[in-house]
Ligand binder design. Structure first.
Ligand SMILES: Nc1nc2c(ncn2[C@@H]2O[C@H](COP(=O)(O)OP(=O)(O)OP(=O)(O)O)[C@@H](O)[C@H]2O)c(=O)[nH]1
Length: 275
């Protein structure tokens, strides 16, 4: 025993296993470090799990958003197809209305029986002509015509025969006027012609010629020849006179033609002399 060991022993603190204890202490210290490492690994694993959970949450949100976007896209496509269908239907409806409007305008302006302008339309065109003439100062004449004893045609041969006579007169009137003249059916068997750039003398010769043509032509109706004549009242529209006044004067001249025996042309008096 060394003197030092002897001293320690004598003090009662000497350990026989000092070396082993040192090894154990080192091992314990290592175990402590291993614990620290294990704790670190646990923390890392925890962080990894949380990160993974967050990633999965984001993936789920992204999937949901994608599905929603897909659905929204499908809805938009459906809506676009609906809009296209609606647009097509609207176009068809617009076209249908335009055709209807066109047909209504045609019905309102063309007399079915004679192919001439209707009363309303011939008046519109006459007003337009009167305004044009007021600006440019050319002559303007009007003829008011009425088939004579027309009732006899209807009564004797039937309404359809009367319609045929009216149609034939419309055709004759149209073909005896110039391009630019305006002819309309004013009432049942009454007609109005507006002759722009035509003075009274020219209008009179046109009216006389028409009177003669009607007299010389007849309507063929079921192997029968239906003769008819026409009476005509004629005026030259005065400067600043309204179309309405001029028509009233022509109507009065027509009345005088009827009273004088029909089948003739009567020239109306001037607006100042006309009562
Ligand atoms: N067929 C047919 N007849 C019509 C039409 N519109 C009117 N009328 C007839 O025309 C005839 C006109 O007769 P009135 O007004 O007495 O005149 P009118 O027999 O021509 O005798 P005046 O005018 O005096 O020469 C009536 O019988 C009406 O029924 C029509 O669109 N078609």
């Amino acid at each position: 025993m060394s003197a030092h060991a002897h001293d320690l022993e004598s003090q009662g603190t000497y350990s026989l296993y000092a070396h082993e204890e040192s090894v154990i202490r080192q091992a314990e210290s290592m175990l402590g470090k291993l614990d620290e490492v294990a704790n670190g690994v646990r923390l890392l694993a925890q962080a990894y799990r949380e990160g993974y959970r967050e990633t999965m949450r984001l993936v789920r949100i992204s999937d949901r958003m994608q599905a929603e976007l897909h659905a929204a896209n499908r809805t938009l496509l459906n809506q676009a197809a609906d809009l296209q269908r609606l647009n097509k239907a609207l176009h068809q409806e617009i076209e249908r209305r335009e055709a209807l409007e066109h047909e209504l305008r045609r019905i309102a302006s063309v007399d079915e029986l004679t192919g001439l302008h209707t009363r309303r339309h011939v008046l519109e065109l006459g007003e337009h002509e009167q305004r044009r003439r007021a600006r440019h100062g050319y002559d303007l004449s009007i003829l008011m015509m009425d088939l004579d004893h027309f009732k006899r045609i209807n009564d004797g041969f039937g309404h359809a025969a009367g319609d045929q006579v009216l149609g034939d007169f419309g055709f004759l009137l149209c073909s005896s006027l110039r391009q630019g003249d305006i002819a309309g059916r004013f009432g049942g068997e009454e007609f109005l012609a507006i002759l722009p750039e035509t003075d009274l003398a020219t209008a009179q010769s046109i009216a006389e010629r028409l009177c003669k043509q009607v007299r010389e032509n007849s309507t063929l109706w079921k192997d029968q020849s239906l003769a008819v004549t026409v009476s005509i009242g004629l005026v030259a529209v005065d400067r600043d006179e309204s179309l309405e006044c001029a028509i009233a004067r022509a109507d009065h001249a027509l009345y005088l033609a009827k009273r004088a025996g029909r089948d003739r042309v009567m020239v109306g008096s001037g607006p100042d002399l006309d009562e």
